[in-house]
Design a protein around this ligand. Structure first.
Ligand SMILES: Nc1ncnc2c1ncn2[C@@H]1O[C@H](COP(=O)(O)OP(=O)(O)OP(=O)(O)O)[C@@H](O)[C@H]1O
Ligand SMILES: [Mg+2]
Length: 239
């Protein structure tokens, strides 16, 4: 579904160069639910933004759904993003001047679909997230959890193959967070691949696989595990 090989991303400002990702490689299979953990600044958002074609990178290759998307023009990136990817952000990122229905309509407007088929898709997406009754509300009239559910409806309305979520529960209390996680699991079991950044180990544990970033690289936690108390192998006895 998603393969990155030796990806490097450097942010340059006047005084500093930050290697946000270096020699970063990963493969995510179709249908997986992957959680991404790691300390602040380790490159999680950078990884997701590159995966979501929101940001370019300096070196390496990225294949998405069988297509090499390493060097696309902005226009081509937008097209692939609109067709294949749904993004969910920590701060919901809804458009305040649009009601719930129109917010969910945004990705469909790029697709030249007729009003009737858009309406049907929007109603289905709102039903999936349990917000059918709120379609005329504006974001400011909704709770945080409800706003995030609208954002999820917007992410899934175009039936993307890949859902990318950057700390989707970071601004929510634990009960709401768990509900959002239930929804992401439901979306995953209906076929979408999900990659979710989280700082919450309990939520991360619910994913089918966990990955960990440190200093812009994937780390293998198996090698970082503390040594067992008793190691019967010859190597263990040699110490
Ligand atoms: N636009 C930018 N310009 C300069 N440096 C940046 C930019 N975006 C990110 N960085 C730097 O790249 C590194 C990785 O940032 P990133 O946002 O990917 O971290 P993160 O793992 O998502 O952290 P957090 O858990 O705090 O969200 C950090 O050192 C950050 O300061
Ligand atoms: Mg981040």
């Amino acid at each position: 579904m998603l393969t990155m090989q030796d990806v490097r991303k450097v942010y340059r400002t006047e005084h500093v160069e930050t290697h946000a990702l270096s020699h970063f490689s990963i493969a995510v299979n179709e249908g997986e639910f992957v959680s991404v953990m790691g300390p602040s600044g380790s490159g999680k958002t950078t990884f997701l933004n590159i995966a979501g074609l929101l940001d370019a990178f300096d070196e390496g290759t990225y294949t998405l759904d069988g297509v090499d998307v390493s060097r696309l023009s902005d226009r081509e990136m937008s097209k692939v993003r609109n067709e294949k990817i749904g993004f969910i952000f920590q701060t919901f990122n809804l458009i305040p001047d649009l009601n719930v229905f129109d917010n969910v309509d945004v990705p469909l407007r790029y697709r030249g679909l007729g009003a009737a088929s858009r309406k049907q898709a929007i109603e289905e997406a709102l039903a999936t997230v349990g917000l059918s009754a709120r379609y005329k509300h504006y974001p400011s009239q909704l709770s945080g959890g409800q706003q995030q559910r609208v954002a999820i409806a917007r992410a899934l309305v175009g039936q993307p193959k890949l859902i990318l979520a950057d700390e989707p529960t970071g601004n929510l209390d634990s009960a709401m967070a768990s509900e959002i996680m239930d929804l992401l699991e439901k979306i995953n079991s209906s076929g979408a691949t999900v990659v979710m950044v989280t700082h919450d180990p309990e939520l991360a544990n619910r994913a089918s696989r966990q990955i960990h970033l440190l200093d812009g690289k994937l780390i293998d936690l198996a090698q970082e595990r503390p040594a067992p108390l008793y190691d019967p192998s010859p190597a263990g006895q040699a110490v």
